[in-house]
Design a protein around this ligand. Structure first.
Ligand SMILES: Cc1cc2nc3c(=O)[nH]c(=O)nc-3n(C[C@H](O)[C@H](O)[C@H](O)COP(=O)(O)OP(=O)(O)OC[C@H]3O[C@@H](n4cnc5c(N)ncnc54)[C@H](O)[C@@H]3O)c2cc1C
Length: 275
């Protein structure tokens, strides 16, 4: 007897039905969220893990078919990432093996870092919705961001004329990296929107300076418009901060900070609705 040889009894249409049933159920479940995170790079994945472990209903919308954003490639396509002392626990706690390469500089395998961080976020209860681009936001009473508008990434690529759909969320986190895509959408579509930056809008990222970039990314992770928090490289783009090269502690710590801010907001809105 060959192991696994008893694989018969399969009908193609049942495979189709299983995919449709399961995905429709999962998609319907994410139409009302506590937190919608846009972008499944290191900051978005980390924010998702912390929020889900606090009991928030959270989903990450990622336009690519894979998660990880810019983390897979490490530095210049050498798939290793550098983490400083202060942030090494963030990868250690999800089981990523770290090597001390130089005093204060730890390295990790980027494939291991993305895989284990993502698995930990999913295990905590976060949903990863891949292949979906956020192309707009929903703005509601009191001028607050109240959700995201999504379409298939493939529809965007093909330039098809297909309407997107809305997902409501009490808080939206822009974790789209260099693009700061959600902040830019709000800036474009809400002309009177003022961000707490030097220009009142998206300033644009500055040249590389790792020390300042890593420090400031965490300090500037915040709500920039009611209901919209920025994290990761999007922070540097919005606030005009230096980029920092392939060191990832700031991304992870910024993701965690974004989750803390979102949690505080969710607790406040829960208190209000109970009053
Ligand atoms: C050109 C380039 C330059 C880089 N420069 C730096 C640097 O200066 N400093 C540095 O630390 N690292 C740099 N990196 C490495 C790396 O990208 C980042 O450090 C790190 O991955 C950023 O993490 P993040 O979580 O902010 O976003 P990212 O890892 O960039 O992830 C953002 C994710 O959002 C997704 N996304 C974007 N828009 C949408 C949308 N509308 N809807 C849905 N999903 C969306 C993207 O597909 C991506 O997966 C660079 C990478 C590239 C490709």
């Amino acid at each position: 007897m060959i192991w696994g040889a008893n694989m018969g009894g399969i009908e193609d249409t049942k495979i189709t039905a299983a995919i449709l049933k399961r995905f429709m159920h999962d998609f319907a479940d994410v139409t009302n969220l506590d937190v919608a995170i846009v972008g499944a790079g290191p900051s978005g994945i980390t924010a998702a893990r912390f929020l889900a472990s606090e009991g928030a209903k959270v989903a990450v919308f990622e336009r690519d078919l894979h998660v990880g954003g810019g983390m897979w490639g490490g530095g210049i396509l050498f798939p290793r990432v550098v983490i400083q002392e202060a942030a090494k626990g963030m990868l250690g706690e999800v089981g990523v093996k770290l090597e001390l390469t130089e005093a204060g500089y730890y390295t990790a395998d980027s494939v291991e870092a993305v895989s284990k961080s993502t698995a930990a976020a999913i295990d905590a209860g976060a949903r990863m919705m891949v292949g979906l681009t956020v192309e707009d936001v929903m703005i509601r009473e009191e001028d607050r961001v109240a959700g995201v508008v999504v379409n298939w990434g493939a529809v965007e690529l093909a330039g098809l004329h297909v309407d997107p759909v809305g997902i409501s969320a009490k808080v939206v986190i822009d974790a789209t990296g260099h693009d700061a895509a959600i902040a830019r959408i709000v800036q474009r579509k809400v002309p009177y929107a003022k961000f707490p930056t030097s220009t009142g809008g998206v300033v644009g990222e500055r040249p590389m300076w790792a020390e300042v970039g890593e420090r400031e990314i965490v300090r500037n992770t915040r709500e920039i418009y009611p209901g919209l928090i920025v994290t990761g490289m999007a922070v540097n783009a919005v606030f005009g901060l230096p980029r920092m090269g392939p060191i990832f502690g700031g991304m992870l710590t910024s993701g965690r900070r974004a989750a803390e801010i979102a949690c505080q907001k969710l607790k406040k809105s829960l208190k209000k609705s109970n009053q």
